[in-house]
Design a protein around this ligand. Structure first.
Ligand code: B1M
Length: 532
């Protein structure tokens, strides 16, 4: 039993549709014909499963009396709070009526796709009406006044929500970005409880809550609103928080809408999408989307690439998802005895061994690292997880055709004076799992040993781990040694707690990776260039 939105793929909102018509954002916002034309053309190209109608954040505040400014090339925004706050029927608010009309026409045009509302949460609208900073001061100094305003904003959101659902929307989507700025212990009183009362109007159908930014501190209260799916900002590592979300609640997310879909080349859009599906697609309640709305100028080709790649990757993964999810869980919990059996089950189910690596073994390690960083896991659990990972890897190794008798491509070691080995071992394991042959020289490795190994094996990459500040001197010595010698690797790369990208560059190395997954990407890029 999956979530009702399982396997749906869509970007949030429909703002890039503005590129499809010769009209400004102001015209789109006021005119149902132009808006419908824009979204129709957009969704004819973009095969999204959930459709929005080009929504702007100012609409409810405007309906309640705020003055909103419009322009051809910027989204509508609140210019001035109104002199009084009113709740009026949505059908009498021209721009709300435009959205309802557009939804009705979309329902006819795209009968097989699911339509969604985009209603803004009461706290966000209250911020536009009172001034955001005033509202935040008000929760401490004038809580009664804030709660009165919230009641009115809730009434407006309920009426508008019902109106859009009657017009044909099936998903009741609420975005409440300002609520992320509430102190976590005030979230429920000033936002959560109101959201719960808002979701009341649509008790049996899909509901979604999107709050931008880091929601880790309010996530439990977001779940408490009774919402059926939570949409996560791209800054949230889904692996770190997936266990807080019950299986009956969807996890919607979270490709970076700006850095990836708007600004990256199409191949990077595809790679990030595949990577997100590989890690999250095994979860029954995962729903692939963006971390927030796509900006109006996002290249349509990138949006199309995101949707196509996501759908293909999900359809390949889904038949294997159940066992992979159990395997990932067993590795994460350090259950060595279960891991080998589940790897064998996956192989019997004809799951591609690389899929087993990415969506189960490595997924678990990435989850472990994410939980470790957010202080939800500690070292004993990490060590047991690494043991379980290794157990699974050994069972899988014969099927990977990876290491073999090839000469090493990476000479790896923790530098002299430094005995930290856990992170370095993880880097080795993940590299090997991804088909990279590694010679691990261990810990406390003298500078000369790296030179000798490169001399012997002609390895193109030297990987140095350094965890204590004192080890930086060693890094400089190793780089200088290579510079003085005829023996040259193509690249020296570094990682570990004692280094960062700036230090890596300043000592003359060619690359830095923050974690084992980053190390794989770095090494593969280098090897790709070497071979090509
Ligand atoms: Co030590 N230790 N430790 N320690 N230790 C650190 C590194 C430290 C940051 C803790 C702190 O004070 N906050 C600190 C260094 C501070 C500094 O110098 N700036 C420190 C210290 C000071 C020390 C001692 C001096 C303590 C003492 O004796 N007073 C001593 C030094 C011993 C020595 O090496 N000479 C010492 C000893 C130990 C233990 C023996 C107790 C144990 C090590 C056990 C072992 O490895 N066999 C230990 C541990 C466990 C840690 C911390 C707490 C955790 C390290 C770890 O295993 N993390 C660490 C705190 C921290 O890192 N914040 C700390 C889990 C691992 C999965 O993550 O190591 O980050 P990580 O590895 C990552 C990335 O770094 C990256 O990928 C890995 C996997 O994702 N990465 C690469 C690593 N290598 C890479 C290479 C690459 C690319 C990426 O390309 C080639």
């Amino acid at each position: 039993m999956g979530h009702s939105l399982r396997n749906k793929v869509f970007p949030i909102n429909a703002l890039p549709s503005f590129q499809m018509v010769e009209a400004g954002i102001d015209d789109i916002s006021w005119n149902a014909d132009i808006k419908f034309e824009a979204v129709k053309k957009y969704y004819q190209q973009v095969d999204a499963d959930i459709l929005f109608y080009f929504s702007d954040i100012a609409i409810q505040a405007e309906a309640m009396g705020a003055k909103v400014c419009f322009s051809p090339d910027a989204m509508p925004s609140v210019e001035m709070p109104g002199s009084s706050v009113n709740v009026v029927p949505p059908a009498t608010v021209p721009r709300m009526a435009v959205n309802a009309q557009v939804l009705k026409r979309m329902a006819k045009e795209f009968p097989d796709r699911t339509l969604s509302t985009m209603v803004y949460g009461p706290f966000t609208v209250a911020g536009q009406l009172a001034g955001e900073q005033e509202l935040l001061r008000g929760i401490v100094e004038r809580p009664g006044e804030v709660l009165d305003l919230m009641e009115k904003c809730l009434a407006c959101a309920r009426d508008y929500g019902r109106y859009l659902l009657d017009a044909g929307a099936e998903v009741f989507w609420i975005s409440d970005p300002l609520a992320a700025l509430l102190p976590p212990d005030s979230f429920w009183r000033f936002a959560g409880e109101f959201l719960a009362r808002l979701y009341d109007i649509h008790p049996t159908e899909p509901t979604v809550l999107h709050i931008c930014g880091d929601t880790s501190q309010i996530l439990k209260d977001m779940v408490k609103t009774g919402v059926r799916a939570i949409s996560f900002d791209q800054c949230m590592d889904l692996l770190a928080y997936e266990d807080i979300v019950p299986e009956s609640v969807g996890i919607v997310g979270n490709i970076d809408p700006v850095e990836i879909i708007e600004l990256a080349p199409p191949e990077e859009v595809a790679a990030s999408t595949k990577d997100l599906v590989a890690t999250m697609g095994v979860k029954d309640n995962f729903i692939l989307s963006t971390g927030c709305a796509l900006p109006p100028g996002t290249p349509i080709a990138n949006v199309v690439r995101f949707i196509e790649t996501g759908k293909r990757a999900l359809s390949e993964l889904t038949p294997h998802a159940q066992t992979l999810s159990r395997l990932s869980d067993a590795v994460h919990r350090g259950k060595r005895e279960t891991v080998s059996a589940l790897v064998s089950t996956s192989l019997k189910e004809e799951t591609d061994p690389l899929m087993i690596v990415n969506s189960a073994l490595m997924r678990a390690v990435r989850k472990g690292s994410a939980c470790y960083e957010s202080r939800q896991s500690f070292l004993p659990e990490i060590l047991l997880m690494v043991d379980a990972f290794y157990q699974g890897f050994r069972t899988l190794e014969p099927h990977l055709g990876a290491a073999g008798d090839r000469p090493p491509q990476v000479i790896l070691g923790t530098v002299k004076g430094d005995f930290h080995e856990i992170g370095k071992n993880l880097v080795r394991i993940i590299l090997e799992t991804n088909g990279v042959k590694v010679l691990d020289l261990g810990v406390n490795v003298p500078a000369g040993d790296f030179l000798a190994a490169v001399n012997t094996y002609e390895a193109p990459v030297v990987g140095l781990s350094a965890f204590i500040t004192g080890a930086r001197k060693q890094l400089v010595e190793i780089v200088n040694n290579f510079n003085r010698s005829d023996v040259r690797p193509v690249s020296i790369i570094v990682g570990g707690a004692a280094v960062n990208p700036q230090i890596a560059a300043s000592i003359g190395t060619q690359g830095y990776a923050r974690d084992a997954v980053g190390a794989v990407k770095l090494v593969k890029d280098i090897l790709g260039k070497t071979n090509g």
